[in-house]
Design a protein around this ligand. Structure first.
Ligand code: G6P
Length: 612
C-alpha cells in the first residue's frame, strides 16, 4: 500500500519527508518521490524507482531540495508498472496542481478520456495523474479555489483515495482528503504534518487528527482546518497518541496483526520443537504416552472461534491418520446439549487464552462426566490449562491482535503432532511414514515465510475488492476447514459478510446468492478432490462469480477457471491448512487496512470472551 507524508513548517521539508516515508516502508513500495517548494518558487519534483535510498542519494538526504513545504510518497504499483514516470507525485503540465495518492480510482479510464477531450495529455499510466489533472481541470474551469476544485473532483472520482495536494497559487498550504484510504494530520508548534499513518510523524508530534471519509483538510504552518465536501467547516479534536515513537511492540509493523502474521514461522517452529525430542514426537510430558493414546476410542474437540476451526482441521487429520472417530463442537453448544461421553473418550479443549467462558464450561462439563481432558492452550497457567487433565501448549507467544493468526497456526501444528503420534501409537501409520511427515512438518516455517514474501499480490487483490459486500469460501475436506478460518478473518476485521461452505453443499442453497462479480474463494490443495472443486468453481463462475483460486504450485490448470490465483508451496496434504491460511489472513488484513478499519481491535469483538 502506498505511503504518503506531507510537511509544512519552518524546517527543511525534504529530509523530514524522507524520514517519514522511511517509517512507512513496511507498507511495501516499488518507487518513491518528493515534491517540495520554496515560497513562491515553482515546485521541485524528484522521483525514483526502487528503494528510498535511491531517492535519498539523489537529493543528498533531502538537503539538496530547498523549501519548507512538501509532499512525499512511496508507491506500490496498481495502475502502470513500477517506474520513475509512474512514481508520485504527479502534476498538471504547468504544475499548477501537484498530488500524491494512495488508493485506487476505479473510473480513471472514463475520467482520462474526459480530460483528453478537454485538451489534457498524459505522461504516465497512473490513476493518480488523472486525479491531479481532474483537480486542475476543475480548478481552472470554475475558478472557485482549491477547496471547490477538490470537492468537485471528489464527486467525480469513484474508488478509494487519500490525496495530498499542493496548488501553485497557494504556496503556504497543503490540502488533503480521503475516502476509504487512511490519512492522518499531525500538528506541532509551527508545523503541520500529514501521513498515511501515525508512525511517519510520531517523532515530531503526538497530536493527531484522524481525517474521516470525504473530509477535506487545509494545512498551513500554524493551523489545520477541516471541512465537508460541501465546504462546511468541521470542528475536530486531535487525539493524543500515547504509544512510543518506535512503536516498538509492533516491531515496525503497522498493526499487531501483521506483526503476528509474520511471527507464524517462529510460532510453528517453536511449537514443533516443544513437542519433538530427537526425531520423535513426544507428548508424554503431558501424560499422553503411547499407552494412553492407544486407549482413546473417540475424540471430542471443543472450542470457539478460530480455535474451533483449528479443531475442524484436527478432525480431518486424526480421523485420516489414526482412524479414531472425532467429533467437533463449538463450546457454547457442547456445554448445553448434554453430551454423551464414555470411558476411553478424550475431550480436547482448544483455546488461545485458556479463559474463554464457554470453553471452560465445556471442559468442566466433560470433567464432570468423567472424561479425560486435554487442553491445547497458548497462555501458560490459564484456567483451562490448570483444570484440564493434560496440557499441550502452543508456543505462539503473546498475541495482541483480536483476530488470531499465530495462535491458530500453532494450534494446527499441535493437531498434526497429536494425529501423527496417535496414529503411530495405534499402528495406523508406519514409523518411516511418520518420520517423513515430521521432516515435512519441519519445513513448514520456511514455506510460510516464503508465502509472506509475496504478500503484495494479496494486497493488490484486497484493494480491488475492498468494496465487496459478500464473499464465499468453498473447499472440500481440509480445504473446507481453511475456508472457515479465511471467512472468519474476512468478517471479523474487514466487516465484509462472508460464508464458508463445503463446496459440495453449495448447490443445496448458497449458489442462489452468487451474482455478477460475487467474490468466491476456492481453496483446492487436496489433489484427490481437485477436479470436483474445479467443477464447483465452474458452477459459480457460470453464474457470474469472480473466482479466486488458492492452490499448490503445480496445479496451474486452475487458471483456466479462476480469475486470480494464489499459489502456496507443496507440502504433505495433511498440512496444507498451515500454508493456505496465510494468504487468507493477509486478505482479511489488507481488506481491513484498505477500508481504514481498526485492524487490531475490530468493533464489537474481544480478544478473550470470558462471559457467556
Ligand atoms: C474470540 C477471539 C477469537 C478466538 C475466540 C476463542 O472470539 O476474537 O479470535 O478464536 O475468542 O478464543 P480462545 O482464547 O478460546 O482461543
Amino acid at each position: 500500500m502506498c505511503g504518503i507524508v506531507g510537511y509544512i513548517g519552518s524546517g527543511q521539508a525534504a529530509p523530514i519527508l524522507l524520514e517519514g516515508l522511511a517509517r512507512l516502508e513496511y507498507r511495501g513500495y516499488d518507487s518513491a518521490g518528493l515534491a517540495v517548494r520554496d515560497g513562491e518558487h515553482d515546485v521541485e519534483i524528484v522521483k525514483a524507482k526502487g528503494r528510498l535510498k535511491v531517492l535519498s542519494e539523489m537529493t543528498d538526504g533531502g538537503r539538496a531540495l530547498r523549501g519548507d513545504c512538501g509532499i512525499g510518497h512511496t508507491r506500490w504499483a496498481t495502475h502502470g508498472e513500477p517506474s520513475t514516470e509512474n512514481a508520485h507525485p504527479h502534476c498538471s503540465d504547468d504544475r499548477a496542481v501537484v498530488a500524491v495518492h494512495n488508493g485506487i480510482i476505479e473510473n480513471y479510464m472514463e475520467l482520462r478520456e474526459k480530460l483528453i477531450k478537454n485538451g489534457y495529455s498524459f505522461y504516465s499510466q497512473t490513476d493518480t495523474e488523472v486525479a491531479a489533472k481532474l483537480i486542475d481541470y476543475y480548478y481552472k474551469k470554475y475558478r472557485g479555489g482549491p477547496m471547490e476544485a477538490l470537492a468537485r473532483s471528489m464527486m467525480r472520482i469513484r474508488g478509494s483515495y487519500a490525496l495530498a495536494v499542493m496548488f501553485r497559487d497557494c504556496p503556504n498550504e497543503i490540502f488533503a482528503t480521503r475516502r476509504d484510504s487512511p490519512m492522518i494530520i499531525g500538528v506541532a508548534d509551527g508545523a503541520s504534518y500529514l501521513a498515511s499513518d501515525v508512525p511517519a510523524i510520531l517523532k515530531h508530534t503526538r497530536s493527531v487528527y484522524y481525517v474521516d471519509n470525504l473530509e477535506i483538510a487545509r494545512l498551513n504552518r500554524s493551523s489545520v482546518r477541516f471541512c465537508t465536501v460541501d465546504q462546511e467547516a468541521i470542528e475536530k479534536r486531535p487525539v493524543e497518541i500515547t504509544w512510543d515513537a518506535e512503536s516498538a511492540e509492533k516491531g515496525g509493523f503497522e498493526h499487531f496483526m501483521m506483526k503476528e502474521i509474520h511471527e507464524q514461522p517462529r510460532a510453528v517452529q517453536d511449537t514443533i520443537n516443544s513437542l519433538v525430542r530427537g526425531e520423535q514426537i513426544d507428548l508424554s510430558g503431558a501424560g499422553l504416552t503411547d499407552e494412553a493414546l492407544r486407549a482413546v476410542r473417540q475424540v471430542h474437540v471443543v472450542a470457539c472461534g478460530s480455535a474451533y476451526h483449528a479443531g475442524v482441521a484436527m478432525q480431518y487429520g486424526i480421523e485420516d491418520l489414526a482412524r479414531v472417530p472425532v467429533r467437533v463442537d463449538v463450546a457454547s453448544e457442547f456445554r448445553y446439549r448434554r453430551p454423551i461421553l464414555r470411558e476411553g473418550e478424550l475431550v480436547v479443549i482448544i483455546s488461545q487464552s485458556g479463559e474463554t467462558a464457554d470453553s471452560l464450561a465445556a471442559l468442566r462439563e466433560a470433567k464432570a462426566q468423567g472424561a479425560d481432558t486435554l487442553a491445547v492452550v497458548n497462555v501458560v497457567g490459564s484456567t483451562i490449562a490448570r483444570e484440564a487433565d493434560h496440557v499441550l501448549y502452543t508456543c505462539a507467544g503473546p498475541e495482541i491482535a483480536v483476530a488470531t493468526t499465530k495462535a491458530y497456526s500453532a494450534q494446527l501444528v499441535v493437531g498434526y503432532l497429536l494425529a501423527i503420534r496417535l496414529a503411530l501409537a495405534r499402528g495406523t501409520l508406519e514409523p518411516e511414514a511418520g518420520a517423513r511427515m515430521l521432516a515435512e512438518l519441519r519445513s513448514l516455517p520456511e514455506k510460510i515465510a516464503r508465502i509472506l514474501e509475496d504478500k503484495e499480490r494479496i494486497q493488490w487483490f484486497a484493494a480491488k475488492f475492498s468494496n465487496a459486500k459478500h464473499a464465499f469460501f468453498i473447499g472440500r475436506g481440509l480445504d473446507y476447514a481453511v475456508g472457515l478460518e479465511g471467512s472468519l478473518k474476512m468478517k471479523e476485521i474487514s466487516y465484509i459478510h462472508s460464508g464458508a461452505y463445503a463446496a459440495g453443499e453449495l448447490k443445496h442453497g448458497t449458489i442462489s446468492l452468487i451474482e455478477e462479480r460475487t467474490l468466491v474463494v476456492g481453496v483446492l490443495t487436496q489433489d484427490p478432490l481437485f477436479e470436483k472443486m474445479i467443477s464447483n468453481m465452474v458452477e459459480c463462475k457460470s453464474r457470474g462469480a469472480y473466482l479466486m483460486g488458492l492452490t499448490s504450485y503445480g496445479n496451474y490448470n486452475v487458471e483456466d477457471t479462476a480469475d486470480f490465483t494464489v499459489y502456496i508451496p507443496r507440502t504433505d496434504p495433511h498440512f496444507t491448512p498451515s500454508l493456505a491460511v496465510i494468504p487468507l489472513q493477509l486478505m482479511g488484513y489488507y481488506l481491513s487496512v484498505s477500508k481504514g478499519l481498526d485492524v487490531d481491535k475490530p468493533r464489537n469483538l474481544a480478544k478473550s470472551v470470558t462471559v457467556e
